[in-house]
Design a protein around this ligand. Structure first.
Ligand code: AMP
Length: 218
């Protein structure tokens, strides 16, 4: 199964990607996670990307596209993959098309998470991430058992710098001006599936599993 998850920040793409990839043994590729890792490790790409990320702007296409094409060529994607947060511009979508043609691995589907702005704001302002394993929590929707501590690995939970209100507003603006047009791009290729990003985690997970099964993707 070769999928792209498309939608605004806070639509729940990362949370669904984590559970779906575990369930179906898919390679999870999140450009946001890869970039945060690069920033943490002070790599040349991370140093270049940091200022864009702190503002909530998009990192230049060449940097993110190189991260993904490299992974697609070098990792085991025989069971399939899930792209989460990539592509985010038409240019990135075209680079991805080309890379997948070369690998003879066309996309099966692009799942678009249509999400209300109020859901986005509530999700992002309350989101907390485990510093050690990256697991995603939410102060009210997916609370950890012990406040500030990851249920899985006992790591410390933190709030992403770009999950502060001002940056969130810019990220939504950037999504509307640069990423939203990908809905039409993939609609025209007949591979777009729309779901509601307003559903809770378990509800959406079972809707997705159901539709994948019905359409023979799994
Ligand atoms: P995310 O974790 O997907 O919300 O991404 C966090 C930040 O990383 C975004 O606000 C961008 O600054 C950057 N980023 C992630 N994916 C991309 C992408 N495909 N293109 C450009 N910038 C990206």
């Amino acid at each position: 199964m070769k999928l792209v998850l498309l939608g605004p920040p806070g639509a729940g793409k990362g949370t669904q990607a984590a559970v779906l990839c575990k369930e179906y043994n898919l390679l999870h590729m999140s450009t946001g996670d890869l970039l945060r890792e690069a920033v943490k490790n002070n790599t040349a790409q991370g140093i270049q990307a940091k200022a864009y990320m702190d503002r909530g702007d998009l990192v230049p296409d060449e940097i993110v596209a190189a991260m993904i094409t490299e992974k697609l060529k070098n990792e085991d994607v025989s069971a399939g993959f899930m792209l989460d947060g990539f592509p985010r511009t038409k240019k990135q979508a075209e680079i991805l098309d080309q890379a997948l043609i070369e690998l003879a691995m066309p996309l099966d589907r692009v799942v678009y998470f249509a999400t209300k702005e109020e859901t986005i704001l509530t999700r992002l302002t309350g989101r907390r991430i485990c510093r050690s394993c990256g697991r995603i929590f939410h102060v009210t929707n997916i609370p950890s058992k012990k406040e500030g501590i990851c249920d899985g690995c006992q790591g410390e939970l933190y709030q992403r710098n770009d999950d502060k209100e001002e940056t969130i507003k810019n990220r939504i603006k950037v999504y509307n001006s640069q990423t939203k047009e990908l809905i039409d791009y993939y609609q025209a290729k007949n591979i777009l599936q729309q779901v509601s990003g307003d559903m809770d985690v378990n509800e959406l997970f079972s809707v997705l599993k159901d539709t994948f099964k019905k359409s023979g993707l799994i």
